[in-house]
Write a protein that binds this ligand. Sequence first.
Ligand code: MG
Length: 382
Amino acid sequence: MRFAAIIVAGGRGERAGGDIPKQYRALAGKPVIAWSVSALAAAGATEIVVVCAPEHADLCHVATRGSAAVTIVDGGATRTASVRAGLAALGEADAILVHDAARPGLTVEMIGALVSTLRDGASAVAPAIAVPDTLRRADDAGRIVEDVARDGLMRIQTPQAFRAQALRAAYAALAPNAVMTDDVAVARANGVDAVLVTGDEKLMKITYAEDIAMLERMLGVERIVCVGNGVDAHRFGDGEFVTLCGVRIAHTKGLVGHSDADAGWHALVDAILGALGEGDIGAHFPPSDPQWKGADSERFLRHAAKLAADAGARIVHVDVTLLCERPKIGTHREAMRARTAEVLGLPLSRVSVKATTTERMGFLGREEGLAAQATATVERPA
Ligand code: MG
């Protein structure tokens, strides 16, 4: 039985937080949607149509790059409209699976179970899990208004699989502006009988930010703790202030550098890059590139934090040590911690900034320049 798939990725995913929708965020270093694409391709899908919001087409292309069977089309205003768009783009197949991009825990075994149920004669089939909790209906004020018998109640997951003709006929018969929550509902509205197969807790839908970490544990993704270090130094020159860990400090000299010469944050960026195995700051922001002239180092630090997030990594703790005779750091230390914590999105307790002198020895002791050293502890997929 030749089967094709539609992955619905139209959601904006605001509840999951972050600056990109949940279906494009990293799960163990791989975009959420890519997990489903891989499983469908490995199970032998002849074609995979991904339906996404037009403004996220670039993200979708990047996330599904390298999968020959994928076609990307623009979604509609509702899930139902998006599936319609997917069906219009899909070629010939005996069966069609419709899947939510936010359910990355799809396995080849599950796809096999769905397709073989169709092969055995079903027209529509979905994975489902019995509801173990007691169910009650509440009103808007949170008062219980009714006990609900849970016997026979099932949580329905995706992918939902259909004989192609049955699904196409059901969508053709559906009123143009009708909105249904899933495709079994569309099929049933057209008189198609649907059956269930045993669902999989790993097919949980990512709704909240913490769901990604929970799924990683369910998928058995190994995480390791990596420690990166970074060192930087800048020469003193003319000027009336220095910028260290994002804080401007009045001084009798300035720091010379291509960017704002914030040695503290440069060392920290290198420490984060080190923990990620992502090279050094010069490789990401070449000093030869005029666009970084005078640049605020906050951009470099935000870039490192984004690389970490994209890799599914979590910055656990950072520690910066500034080495100089002057300016005196003590009174600025807490402001530096606060700025660093703010840019990295970390609580203050996970950010350390401290300073030392070199007892007037060496180039630092002679106040030719200042230096910084940093450590970043990062938890990430192995
Ligand atoms: Mg530097």
